[in-house]
Design a protein around this ligand. Structure first.
Ligand SMILES: NC(=O)c1ccc[n+]([C@@H]2O[C@H](COP(=O)([O-])OP(=O)(O)OC[C@H]3O[C@@H](n4cnc5c(N)ncnc54)[C@H](O)[C@@H]3O)[C@@H](O)[C@H]2O)c1
Length: 345
């Protein structure tokens, strides 16, 4: 597994980390926002290096950007001993890690996640990749970063909508594995959470699951709660005016899949109501046009978690207890989307 460093002084910790490593060349990958807000925080701690910047946003997590990154690596004459620093959110980490892992059959990289979402989720666990033909993370590999350096200092410049997006994965961590954690989150206004403490707990939950099942043969599937439907919704609206942030789509997915949990695993109606209240209080309701339901369900079937024509979900038996490989049919997914639309606004 990767080394995770929770850093109170990111510039100093990064400088120290790099001093103890041998590499031939150093390259930084950032997007158009993190180059402006985050790069200045670490710039002075980086020895001689070159920087590649791409346009921020999920729609740029694609093969065209990868080609540009591989070209930059080649022009900079990076060899197998070069080290890449991914400075940004999940898009930068997923794509930068993918490019590093495929360039010359793989060079080392470290992640410096700068969004809440990437700090608690995307930067840990070694899933790397890009979107392709409208499907999320369709092309990719598993490969671990050498290290992940996490600092809440970056969150100061993060727009509130992005902070809220990351919070969805934190809620998920409580729902799938720790009822007390979920209870604690629920008892506080989401904007007033102690991010430093929460990041450590959430990373601990994710790391624990990934260590037990790195390649997602079993247990790791619980991390997909809310994501089968959530990813389909995110993909469907990706390049449209209804575009949703990752966490906003996952929030809808968690509600729909909580409904499925009550149907398939008999999660109690009381717990379903608790989840509804919590998620709607943070994200409100984003009604989905019913004309889009069939296409969204089609996209669910493209999900990587599925085998053949069976749609496997990770669902809750109760808050804090998740089960995987629950076969769900098309009709029930349709019902779950209808259920979501009928929730109070
Ligand atoms: N690999 C995994 O296990 C995993 C897990 C969850 C999500 N993901 C992926 O992560 C991506 C979503 O991640 P994300 O929400 O971090 O998206 P992102 O990388 O697009 O970042 C969101 C926005 O915030 C900006 N930003 C980043 N840090 C900032 C800062 N400190 N200050 C100001 N602006 C900043 C970015 O430029 C971007 O505009 C999706 O592609 C999703 O598929 C991967």
């Amino acid at each position: 597994m990767e080394t995770i460093i929770f850093s109170a002084q990111i510039a100093q910790d990064l400088a120290r980390y790099l001093q103890t490593r041998k590499y031939s060349k150093l390259g930084v990958i950032a997007d158009s926002h993190t180059i402006q807000h985050c790069y200045p925080i670490i710039q002075s701690s980086l020895p001689e290096h070159s920087v590649y910047t791409f346009e921020a946003g999920e729609i740029h997590k694609n093969l065209d950007t990868c080609i540009q990154i591989w070209q930059w690596m080649t022009e900079q004459a990076f060899d197998r001993k070069a080290l890449i620093v991914n400075l940004g959110g999940g898009v930068t980490g997923d794509m930068g890690g993918f490019c590093a892992s495929t360039y010359k059959r793989g060079i080392r990289f470290i992640n410096i996640p700068t969004t809440l979402l990437s700090q608690v989720d995307a930067s840990v666990g070694g899933k790397l990749g890009i979107d392709f033909m409208g499907y999320k993370n369709h092309i990719g590999i598993f490969n671990q970063p050498e290290a992940v350096l996490i600092s809440d200092e970056f969150l100061k410049s993060l727009p509130e909508a992005e902070l809220r997006s990351g919070y969805a994965e934190i809620i998920k961590h409580g729902l799938i594995s720790n009822a007390n954690y979920f209870e604690g989150l629920k008892s506080k206004d989401w904007q007033r959470q102690d991010w430093k403490a929460i990041i450590e707990i959430s990373v601990g939950i994710k790391k624990d699951v990934v260590e037990k099942d790195p390649k997602e043969d079993g247990l790791r599937k619980i991390l997909n709660f809310g994501h089968t439907i959530g990813h389909a919704i995110e993909s469907f609206y990706l390049d449209t005016e209804r575009h949703l942030l990752h966490g906003e789509a996952i929030a809808i997915g968690m509600l729909a899949e909580a409904f499925l949990s009550s149907k398939f695993l008999r999660m109690s109606p009381m717990e379903l109501k608790v989840i509804e209240d919590m998620i709607l209080a943070v994200y409100g309701k984003n009604e989905i046009p019913s004309a889009d339901f069939e296409s969204i369900i089609d996209l669910c079937f493209q999900d990587k978690k599925n085998e053949g024509s069976i749609l496997n979900f990770s669902l809750l038996r109760r808050i804090g207890d998740c089960e995987y490989n629950i076969a769900v049919g098309r009709d029930e997914i349709l019902q779950s989307l209808t259920y979501y639309n009928e929730l109070p606004a």
